[in-house]
Ligand binder design. Structure first.
Ligand SMILES: *[C@@H]1O[C@H](CO)[C@@H](O)[C@H](O)[C@H]1NC(C)=O
Ligand SMILES: *[C@@H]1O[C@H](CO)[C@@H](O)[C@H](O)[C@H]1NC(C)=O
Length: 186
């Protein structure tokens, strides 16, 4: 009798074994669905934090102020600084000469870098006022997650521009700073 019931139990186990495997599989799929419905801290929300319409209007207005202030050709000296997760050679700050709208030369302003000359590759990476305006436009066009801009209201140029392309990318936050801008007659 005992032997028979053992056999029946074994037969039942064999019979239902594939179903219990399915049950486990369905449970896993359900758990996966629930997991995907929750906001994942490892995959944060990348919706822009700003009003793009308002920032675009501010950008256009300040570009116009800058164009009127600087005139043509655009000749000016300024300090330029980049705050980023990058080497000091990239950060500056730099004393820059811009002539006819192009970076003509740059030197390091900091005590520790004063003796070094700016590498030609780095010189090409330095931004004029119009270059920073273009970066702001790029941030708006590509819907970067965060953009924070401070403009000089008299001259129109962006004195500070912070951007974060994505919350999902580490160390991509960059700030550009422009100060001590003076127009020169040449
Ligand atoms: C965004 O800015 C525009 C222009 O300043 C304004 O008309 C609009 O109401 C703003 N939208 C939101 C959601 O705040
Ligand atoms: C704005 O820019 C002009 C020209 O570079 C400068 O003289 C003035 O001090 C700046 N204003 C502020 C508030 O920084």
């Amino acid at each position: 009798m005992a032997k028979t019931s053992n056999l029946i139990t074994a037969a039942l186990l064999l019979l239902f074994q594939p179903f219990s495997a399915y049950a486990i599989k369905f449970q896993t799929v359900d758990a996966e669905r629930v997991r995907m419905a929750q906001p994942d801290p490892e995959w944060p929300d990348d919706t822009p934090t700003y009003n793009a319409t308002a920032l675009q209007a501010q950008l256009d207005a300040h570009r116009a102020i800058w164009d009127a202030f600087a005139g043509e050709p655009k000749n000016y000296d300024m300090s330029f600084e980049r705050i980023c997760f990058c080497p000091e050679q990239w950060r500056g700050p730099f004393a820059m000469r811009v002539r006819s709208g192009k970076v003509e030369s740059a030197t390091y302003l900091s005590e520790s870098m004063r003796e070094s000359s700016v590498d030609p590759d780095l010189l090409r990476g330095l931004l004029t006022v119009d270059g920073v305006f273009n970066e702001i436009q790029k941030g708006l066009d590509r819907s970067y997650v965060d953009l924070q801009i401070t403009y000089n209201e008299t001259a129109g140029y962006p004195s500070s521009f912070y951007s974060d392309t994505s919350k999902r990318i580490a160390d991509d936050e960059t700030t550009f700073r422009i100060s001590d801008l003076v127009l020169v007659d040449e």
